[in-house]
Design a protein around this ligand. Structure first.
Ligand code: SF4
Length: 390
């Protein structure tokens, strides 16, 4: 029988919530969970991660803000907290857009409307950690760790939970599934955050997937260039560029997230020939203002990141306080389409509950359609007749 570590022995006598707190506190050890791919060199990003705030006591000490410690402890017991010092440094004041994204809120445990798995990812999972919903593409979860735990996360049910860590064996089973399904031409690595894995571990996954002849495209979904840009190192970029065509989808929500550090991370990835897209979640009190969204999309394009999706927030348990109306999302697109270049305008999508997939929504530009002509309106609400072909 394998020898248990001190922490593993402790865990045997702990409740699940106590174990989550222990694991969250041991940020680095859980990030480098791949004993077979040890990284021995000092790295700045690991050092920053090691100093993450993971307990309410630390949060109060660091923020010097008036917090309801008892209530927040209940929240953190249920949904782990990790705020690394870099992301924490972006907070300008209590309750601002950065604060709301990373600091626990009692409303998370008061939500009576959300569901644990709003996109039914587990239902469409032929092997654990792999979702096969669309005909030609799959989602492969490779880590349940993140550089910080976003309070609005759709995968709140799994991120940071030590009982839901993703093992190498599980990933191998997912890769075997892809190998056996020749219809899969596009593989999305997600999590948690794939860039929380060591370069060696991530390269093992990329190499295995790239060797499958029918896989044409690999995509990585990550928030790291925004939440811990120091993780994007020259070594990482050198490794990633070996596995083209490789796309990276980043997740930025607010212009305050765009800093010299995040800009450099995006530029390094772009210089490695990796096309970058951003997935932004529309959230109440964070970015549900056309001026804020427009500024964000302009800044993204300036650093070679294409605004790809603007998401309606999912109906995830613990996140109801972030949700906006669908009408609000359509209004946001109406406010920017035509008023800025099309390059800066993403698709507004609702990820349909119960696994219905992404459904794009647009303002209605088609005013009337008779057999012979259509009446259209432009972004200034001016109307134009357009004849159909005879
Ligand atoms: S980085 Fe992504 S997966 Fe991780 S907590 Fe944030 S939204 Fe969730």
């Amino acid at each position: 029988m394998a020898m248990l570590t001190t922490d593993e022995r402790r865990m045997l006598t702990m409740t699940k919530n106590e174990t989550i707190s222990l694991i969250a506190a041991k940020a680095v050890e859980t990030v480098v969970e791949e004993e077979t791919f040890p990284e021995t060199k000092f790295s700045l990003w690991r050092q920053i991660l090691r100093e993450s705030v993971t307990s309410v006591e630390d949060l109060q000490r660091v923020c010097k803000a008036d917090l309801d410690v008892t209530e927040l402890k209940e929240v953190v017991k249920r949904y782990p907290m990790r705020v690394n010092p870099y992301f924490l440094s972006l907070i300008k004041e209590k309750g601002d857009a950065i604060w709301k994204q990373c600091i626990p809120d009692r409303q998370e445990i008061q939500d009576t409307t959300g569901v644990e798995d709003p996109l039914a990812e587990e239902t469409h999972s032929p092997v654990p950690g792999l979702t096969h919903r669309y005909p030609d593409r799959v989602l492969l979860l490779v880590s349940n760790q993140c550089a910080m735990y976003c309070r609005f996360c759709t995968r709140k049910r799994r991120v940071g939970d030590p009982f839901k860590r993703i093992t190498k064996e599980q990933i191998s089973k997912g890769i075997a599934y892809i190998r056996e399904h020749s219809e899969v031409r596009d593989v999305i690595l997600s999590g948690g955050d794939p860039l929380m894995l060591s370069d060696g571990y991530l390269e093992w996954i990329l190499k295995e997937v790239r060797q499958i002849p029918h896989v044409e495209i690999i995509r990585i979904g990550t928030r790291v260039p925004c939440s811990l840009p120091q993780r994007v190192t020259p070594e990482l970029c050198m490794m990633l560029k070996k596995y083209h065509p490789l796309y990276v989808n980043i997740h930025f929500n607010h212009p305050a997230e765009i800093t010299p550090e995040s800009r450099m991370a995006c530029e390094m990835l772009a210089d490695a020939g990796i096309p970058l897209g951003s997935q932004t979640v529309l959230m109440k009190g964070i970015n549900d203002d056309p001026a804020v969204i427009k500024e964000l999309f302009h800044k993204l394009v300036m650093m070679r990141v294409k605004p790809y999706y603007l998401y309606q927030a999912d109906i995830t348990k613990g996140t109801n306080h972030f949700r906006t109306s669908v009408k609000k999302g359509i209004e946001m697109i109406e406010a920017i389409r035509g008023h800025t270049s099309g390059l800066c305008v993403p698709h507004f999508v609702v990820d349909a509950p119960a696994g219905g997939g992404k459904i794009p929504l647009l303002p209605d530009y088609l005013v009337e359609h008779t057999g012979k002509k259509v009446v259209l309106r432009n972004y200034q609400n001016r109307r134009f007749e357009y004849p159909e072909p005879e």
